[in-house]
Design a protein around this ligand. Structure first.
Ligand code: ATR
Length: 282
């Protein structure tokens, strides 16, 4: 915990607007209890125009830091004194840590969360196994693509309904990332080792992603970052075809671990009990 905060009571929370849907208080609260820490993790309902004041308030209140959720992840970068290089490349921060000198550091743990969720499913997974296909070019996609590039992926095929956004993201992420036209999404699956779905399609209340899996090699791992519902139409279809699948809960739980460690000094584990507790809210 930072020396700015009380040495005996750790405080953290999640800033969002709205913030009620966030599962983070449940996850971090579970770990505070599990590790018998003296501390609290609270939802912080912060309007966009109050974001700067709220972030500065962390220091005054003795918080160790906070998570950020919609709509603050991009804007908050302006109000912290140091942004980690990976977060800078992703273009968003989801975690703020109050440093011992009272300054704020912004990081993005979504990339870690994504990679770790793949490794939880397959400990031998590497980004070098073959081409990856990433569907979508929004915030979640940026973290996924950056993490694959950092892991040494040789080829990331990026496809987005609005082609221009895929082209723009590919240009920012380096030569391994190739934007392909949305109309080629079915064919783009040929020969790939990993398929990652990062759009809002398949979420509760949304139609299924329009993607045919015929050309996807049976050895390919299929990952959906959507976690409401956990079993998206894409993952059901992939399972039916015999693919190994990774649901969005793994990324959600794993992104919380480095943040918790930075604030509370304990690297927390994801237990079946925690997973069940969060699943019960989905
Ligand atoms: P997030 O931060 O969760 O990634 P986002 O930044 O709003 O959310 O991005 C949403 C993604 O879902 C985008 O890639 C979006 O495609 P566009 O750039 O064309 O908007 C994608 N998306 C939304 N509705 C879609 C649809 N009906 N079909 C395909 N993709 C869709």
């Amino acid at each position: 915990m930072s020396s700015e905060s009380s040495p005996s009571f750790g405080l953290a929370g999640v800033m969002g607007w709205p913030v009620n849907h966030s599962r983070s208080p449940l996850i971090h609260g579970h770990w505070i209890e599990q590790y018998r820490l003296r501390g609290a993790y609270v939802p912080l309902s912060v309007k966009p125009e109050r974001l700067e004041a709220a972030l500065q308030g962390l220091v005054a209140l003795g918080f160790s830091g906070c998570n950020l959720t919609l709509p603050h992840k991009v804007e908050a970068m302006r109000w912290v004194s140091h942004v980690d290089p990976l977060a800078r490349r992703i273009g968003a921060i989801n975690t703020v840590v109050v440093q011992s000198d009272g300054t704020l550091r912004g990081l993005n743990t979504d990339a870690y969360g994504f990679l770790q969720s793949l490794r939880d499913a397959d400990p031998h997974w590497t980004a070098k196994q073959g081409p990856a296909v990433v569907i979508g070019a929004g915030g979640a996609s940026r973290a996924v693509v950056a993490s694959l590039v950092d892991e040494g992926a040789q080829e990331v095929r990026l496809l987005n309904r609005t082609d221009a956004k895929a082209l723009e993201l590919a240009a920012q992420m380096g030569p391994a990332v190739k934007a392909l036209p949305w109309s080629q999404r079915h064919e783009a699956l040929a020969g790939c080792a990993l398929l990652v779905q990062t759009t809002t399609q398949g979420m509760h209340g949304q139609p299924a992603l329009d993607l045919r899996l015929d050309l996807l090699p049976s050895s390919a791992l299929v990952c959906d970052v959507v976690y409401v519902p956990l079993d998206t139409p894409l993952l059901s279809e992939a399972k039916r075809r015999g693919h190994q699948v990774v649901d969005g809960l793994g990324m959600l739980l794993n992104q919380a671990r480095p943040a918790f460690e930075a604030w509370f000094g304990v690297r927390p584990e994801i237990t079946p009990a925690l997973r069940a507790k969060v699943e019960a809210t989905l």
